[in-house]
Design a protein around this ligand. Structure first.
Ligand code: 5AD
Ligand code: SF4
Length: 449
């Protein structure tokens, strides 16, 4: 019996790639184990977006170095594999397989080479015109599924490795996306999240020629689905049709993630983001004047080269202007191959840390105030988990807020995958707490403030 262990780092795209890779391994006759110590093949699906993420995989490889041998192989997949390529064999000579995400369709052949005794196998081509679609995808979650619509990225943001690690944009045909979504809904899945590095530049390669707004509207019509989400959007390609689609169909979750990175037009230009603060705020206005109350989240980078105190203050004021429901924020991390490496005026590490802390402190106050507005309201949640320690169920609202709740008389019956109405009783900066008030299966509660 051949066994494998896989660990995933990074974004949802990587999490979903792992589901596909697991499917391929199972189809090749491997079985999955949950400890690296028990596996014949140990795979790391890696992320290189920031240096810290990249270092994690090398830590892991060092940790298990002594165990490697003819009967125990190590594989590095994903973004670090693509970025570092053959250098991985120098840094970690006990690695046998290095494969970037654009080459996963060739994994079955590579696994066979490994089994036949090949010492080193690589898949590093980036120009693959094909998308990575496999009939074997093994999803862990029966009611919530990721569906890739576009792979790669054609933008060239000055700080970002993704164009180098995931290659050029390739859209799936709308037919293939629709078939997968119908199959998932038919099997009882109620939430899908459409994935791509830049979903807004989706362009159906078949004759139908749908853009992303059209695809989104059609996906939301698939019977059985209750929530459709998507990520991630590049502001430059974000069109009003997406807001209109959300307004016209309540199945489309009222949440948009629109990464801004900086509130200063000068910094945005140095980042090669292709929009100004004003362009971005115009898009925010489309969202804020929608009929539905749409939550907005974003990504912020603190301390990009050349960011002055005045630029940074513009980022802080943007947080106030938009009133984000949540943000992800990071210190700028210099990455190999990226244009920003050559920029002068790098911001000292300590100053980046100070700015990041200020961003997070300001946003914490904004979130606390925004969440407090929800106390007393009814929210519909999809139940995602149970916290033994607190005795609370963990739900998620359509706006993507975590709502921990108790439920009288549930008698230990699992509520996982149910949609429930929950009365919000308390608000913190990062989550809400409440009590479930109705029985499972009731129609959605009215959308709240
Ligand atoms: N340094 C810091 N943050 C980065 N991101 C992307 N590249 C870098 C980098 N070099 C952030 C951006 C992006 C998110 C996924 O990660 O904010 O939107
Ligand atoms: Fe990390 Fe970006 Fe690769 Fe996702 S696409 S795994 S975030 S480097």
């Amino acid at each position: 019996m051949k066994t494998f262990y896989i660990e995933t780092f990074g974004c949802q795209m990587n999490v979903h790639d792992t589901e596909k890779v697991v499917g391929i391994l199972l189809a090749q006759g491997y079985s999955r184990v949950l400890e690296p110590g028990q596996a014949d093949l140990v795979l790391y699906n890696t992320c290189s977006i920031r240096d810290k993420a990249e270092q994690k995989v090398f830590q892991r490889l060092r940790q298990f170095k002594r165990e490697a041998g003819r009967d125990k192989r190590f594989a590095v997949l994903g973004c670090v594999a693509q970025q570092e390529g053959l250098r991985i064999f120098e840094k970690a000579p006990h690695v046998s397989l290095v494969c970037g995400s654009a080459s996963y369709t060739r994994l079955p052949g590579m696994l066979e080479q490994l089994e036949a005794g090949a010492r080193r196998v690589t898949g590093l081509e980036l120009d693959a015109g094909e998308t990575f679609e496999t009939p074997f995808t093994r999803r862990d979650n029966p009611y919530r599924a990721y569906v890739t619509v576009i792979e790669g990225c054609d933008k060239s943001c000055a700080y970002c490795v993704v164009p180098f690690t995931r290659g050029p944009e390739r859209s799936r045909t709308s037919r293939s996306v629709m078939e997968e979504v119908r199959r998932l809904a038919g099997a009882g899945c109620t939430e899908v999240q459409l994935l791509g590095q830049n979903v807004n530049s989706y362009r159906d390669p078949s004759a139908a020629g749908w853009d992303f707004a059209a695809l989104l509207a059609r996906v939301a019509e698939v019977p059985g689905l209750r929530r459709v989400r998507f990520t991630t959007s590049h502001p430059r390609d974000f069109v009003r049709g997406i807001v209109e689609a959300i307004d016209s169909n309540p199945v489309l979750a009222n949440h948009i993630h629109l990464p801004v990175q900086s509130g200063s037009s000068r910094v945005l230009e140095r980042m090669q983001r292709l929009y100004t603060r004003e362009d971005y705020l115009r898009r925010i206005e489309w969202i804020q004047v929608a009929r539905r109350n749409i939550a907005i989240s974003t990504d912020i980078i603190a301390g990009f080269p050349g960011e002055t105190e005045a630029d940074f203050q513009e980022t802080l004021s943007l947080l106030d202007d938009v009133g984000y429901a949540s943000i992800f924020s990071f210190k700028y991390s210099p990455r190999p191959n990226t244009p920003a490496l050559g920029l002068d005026h790098q911001v000292p590490e300590e100053e980046k840390g100070r700015r990041l802390a200020m961003v997070q402190e300001k946003q914490r106050a904004i979130q606390l105030a925004r969440n407090a507005e929800l106390v007393g309201s009814l929210q519909e949640v999809l139940v995602e988990g149970y916290n033994q320690a607190t005795g609370q169920w963990i739900g998620r609202t359509a706006q993507n807020r975590v709502l921990n709740f108790t439920r009288a008389g549930s008698n230990g019956a699992s509520l996982l995958g149910e949609y429930l109405s929950v009365r919000v009783t308390r608000a913190g900066p990062n989550s809400l707490a409440g009590e479930s008030v109705e029985s499972a299966g009731t129609p959605p509660a009215a959308e709240s403030v």
